[in-house]
Design a protein around this ligand. Structure first.
Ligand SMILES: *Cc1c(COP(=O)(O)O)cnc(C)c1O
Length: 426
């Protein structure tokens, strides 16, 4: 499917049935898979033959959906995980272990920030947090002998910083490490990070990909472009025999799929964060309309952003698709067809006015979610990011008065009318 445009890939990639097979991706609701001889089964465990044996490692439904997302991103190999958190954790832990160091952008989703600064420290991995607007020169200085990767978000949640892909890719590659980018917000419909030098992409499929808020899930896609074998001592897990897997050397035996095969055969085997095939089926349904929904999300968000700008009670509005936004030019360069449906704004009168406003909304709900069909709001300082200090909030680009607004695909006039009546209540 690689020559088709993204809209066609959304619908047709992944499951491609032939003669007499179901038109629609089947849900392989089975923990295990049958073989005729013990030798056949043995070959699977030796990685001599490929095939399914136990759904904790791999399941056909999941693999067809991963293959679709892989094709949409233009990657070489992909895997689904149980959540976006698991995807980001595996993406790092697959190449960084105790005694290693990683670099992350400060503009990250709160859950990822916590994972990669606090939880990962308990595993012996040290993290340097950098401002995404750091100069290339200063970024270069943050790399150490034991640095194994750099991780950032293409559009950060909720600070809506559009990543300077080339700067981060340049610094990472000069230091001989891959750049991992969480591409959840723009999705491959609006941004394909591999085209800008990114090596590995992660997703919370929970958001726009599923798109209807029915299933939690994640995905990791490898471009296959990073040459691990140039730095065998830095990435021994990929370049030297794995004693926990019959002495397999992943780069030798699996080429461009090495990173994903290792993550499947070791991390998925041992940590087991598999996505349920039922959820993968829902993600696949969501993907079939992703291109249509993203377009409408972006149109509605831009209209709402423009309207908010004209309101007396609004202190500020951030939306990378809005002319004059700090990231407008960069968004035009990296995501010319649109960004995402999420915008942020602040209300004059601070926290108290914000809470009054949110409580007065009727159509737009207060939920801990973003990026589904229904419009919703969240106040990170009192919800998702409440474990962070004001200083950490500001460092992550989250103002204490920030309201995150995930603009849905309802009629935009109805969304604006709801905001209008809520403003009258404050
Ligand atoms: C939600 C989110 C995550 C975490 O994903 P879950 O599926 O909730 O585990 C990671 N990154 C970004 C950008 C997110 O928005």
């Amino acid at each position: 499917m690689s020559n088709y445009s993204i809209e066609t890939k959304c619908i047709q990639s992944g499951w491609t049935p032939t003669k007499g097979e179901p038109r629609i991706l089947p849900i392989y609701q089975s923990t295990t898979f049958k073989y005729d001889t013990s030798e056949q089964m043995g070959d699977l465990f030796d990685l001599k033959a490929s095939g399914y044996f136990y759904t904790r490692l791999q399941n056909p439904t999941n693999d067809f959906v991963a293959a679709k997302i892989c094709d949409m991103e233009g990657g070489a190999a992909a895997m689904l995980t149980s959540s976006g958190q698991a995807a980001n954790f595996y993406s790092v832990f697959n190449i960084a272990n105790a005694g290693d160091h990683i670099i992350i952008s400060s503009a990250l989703y709160g859950g990822t920030f916590n994972l990669l600064t606090i939880t990962i420290k308990e595993m012996g991995i040290e993290t340097t947090v950098v401002d995404p607007e750091i100069s290339l020169e200063d970024l270069r200085k943050e790399f150490k002998e034991n640095t194994k990767c750099v991780l950032a978000e293409s559009i950060s949640n909720p600070s809506l910083v559009v990543l300077d892909f080339e700067k981060f890719a340049t610094a990472a590659h000069e230091a001989g490490v891959p750049l991992i980018v969480d591409n959840t917000f723009p999705t491959p419909v609006n941004c394909r990070p591999f085209e800008y030098g990114v090596d590995i992409v992660t997703h919370s499929t929970t958001k726009y990909m599923d798109g209807h808020a029915v299933s939690v899930g994640g995905c990791i896609v490898d471009s296959g472009n990073f040459d691990w074998t140039k730095y065998p001592d830095k990435f021994p897990g990929l370049c030297y025999p794995d004693e926990s897997y019959h002495g397999t050397t992943y780069t030798k035996e699996f080429g461009k799929a090495a990173y994903i095969v290792k993550a499947t055969t070791t991390l998925m085997r041992d940590l087991g964060s598999i996505q349920s095939p039922q959820n993968a089926f829902y993600v696949n349904l969501g993907l079939e309309t992703l291109h249509l929904r993203m377009q409408r999300h972006c149109e509605n968000a831009l209209a709402v952003a423009k309207w908010l700008k004209t309101q007396d009670k609004v202190a500020w509005v951030n939306y990378p698709g809005l002319e004059g936004d700090a990231y407008y030019e960069r968004a035009k360069k990296y995501m010319p067809n649109g960004t995402c449906g999420v915008l942020t704004f602040g209300i004059k009168g601070g926290r108290e006015a914000s809470i009054k406003f949110m409580d007065a909304l009727k159509l737009v709900a207060i939920v801990t979610h973003v990026a589904d069909t229904r419009s919703c709001v969240l106040h990170p300082a009192s919800h998702t990011h409440r474990q962070m200090t004001d200083e950490q909030l500001l460092e992550a680009g989250v103002k204490p008065d920030l309201i995150r607004f995930s603009v849905g695909i309802e009629n935009v006039n109805d969304i604006i009318a709801d905001l209008e009546q809520a403003f009258k209540e404050i």
